[in-house]
Design a protein around this ligand. Structure first.
Ligand SMILES: [Zn+2]
Length: 263
């Protein structure tokens, strides 16, 4: 675990699935965890996460409303963004996300998903923060939106499961491509191929805990303690030692969050 980062996890959702988050954080840092990002999914989840994670400065915080925010019966977009902005004004926020499109679950309508996505790209630009993109089965529209509204500070294409085309559109706009435990699944050779071919200085690794547990623990509640399974596969794919890969990920992460970087 020493020196490993996890660039995308959800402490709130882990707690809901029965994980003792306080103990998890202690276990992680006593095992040498290098930190990462606790990712928001709803307009009102920042305060609780910020309080819980205040003692852990190596964990960055994002705030964002995913495409599920426009599902039927939800509050209007304006009200949700208002709630989130009020929280961002009170708590340190390092990036905006996860935000994006999900054509698999088809929340609300495609037009509403896009409006919520674009409004939050604009918010990130106003705040001079990077974004974290959720894209499920919406490669084409995600690419078009990135071209029409290129986020000023770039960001992360999280849990990458798309085509090399979308990866290239994102790379050209200063993005990092983050791979999750899905790279350990046997059928996902195409993801391992993309991971092998990308410039190393744009690669990140994540668990997306509590989701997407890597092999051999697939189907169970995931935590960042399972990062070694993902790093092992990624290091084999990249044909380099885990320690060198971990160093590269830490450098990429630091570069993403330094405000004066240039693409
Ligand atoms: Zn996530």
């Amino acid at each position: 675990m020493t020196g490993l980062m996890d660039t995308h996890f959800h402490t709130q959702a882990m707690a809901r699935k029965g994980v003792d988050v306080e103990k998890l954080l202690q276990d992680l840092f006593s095992a040498g965890f290098a930190g990462g990002i606790d990712v928001g999914t709803e307009c009102d989840d920042l305060p609780l996460r910020a309080d819980r994670l205040a003692p852990y400065p190596r964990i960055k915080l994002s705030a964002g409303i995913g495409p599920w925010g426009v599902d039927y019966g939800r509050e209007p977009i304006d009200a949700q963004i208002g709630t989130m902005v009020a929280a961002i004004e009170r708590y340190t926020t390092d990036c905006i996300g996860e935000i994006g499109l999900d054509a698999y679950w088809k929340y609300g309508t495609p037009a509403l998903q896009e409006e919520l996505f674009i409004r939050q790209i604009e918010l990130a630009d106003t705040l001079d923060l990077p974004i974290i993109i959720h894209n499920r089965d919406a490669d084409e529209r995600t690419g078009e939106i990135l071209k029409a509204h290129p986020p000023k500070r770039g960001g992360i294409l999280h849990c990458f499961s798309a085509t090399m085309d979308l990866a290239e559109i994102a790379l050209e706009r200063g993005f990092y491509i983050s791979f999750a435990g899905t790279i350990t699944y046997k059928k996902n050779g195409y993801l391992r191929d993309i991971l092998r071919d990308l410039p190393l200085e744009r690669v990140l690794l994540e668990t997306d805990s509590p989701y997407l547990s890597p092999e051999p623990l697939r189907g169970t509640v995931n935590t960042p303690l399972r990062m070694p399974f993902i790093y092992d596969v990624a290091a084999t794919v990249r044909q380099m030692p885990v320690s060198e890969l971990a160093q590269a990920i830490r450098t990429n992460f630091a570069t993403l969050f330094s405000a004066d970087r240039t693409f």
